[in-house]
Design a protein around this ligand. Structure first.
Ligand SMILES: [Zn+2]
Length: 94
């Protein structure tokens, strides 16, 4: 069964050394398959509020275990489309 995951990681802010929380979404076709459709959804510093777009590869980050994150339609355009396509696929099966 297809599952959606939210990944969170934390690293230090370039400006203030505070914690920057970075999120990305990924999809797994089933329990044992690799994650696909991985997309960065943004990062922001909790201390100074600085928005950080690019994930700095060289910065050591702490990664949290992925969280179940089923799409509810409305996070962004592409997930709405994905949910719509999934609904269409399901409809065809019946
Ligand atoms: Zn900061």
């Amino acid at each position: 069964m297809k599952k959606h995951y939210l990944h969170l990681s934390v690293y230090r802010c370039e400006k203030c050394q505070g914690p920057v929380v970075s999120g990305s979404l990924a999809v797994r076709e089933n329990e044992i398959s690799k994650e696909t459709e991985k997309q960065q959804i943004g990062a922001a510093c909790l201390a100074c509020g600085s928005r950080q777009r690019a994930f700095p590869e060289e910065t050591p980050a702490r990664h949290f275990p992925p969280i179940d994150w089923p799409p509810v339609g409305g996070v962004n355009g592409s997930s709405v489309t994905a949910a719509y396509l999934e609904a269409l696929n399901r409809a065809e099966l019946h």
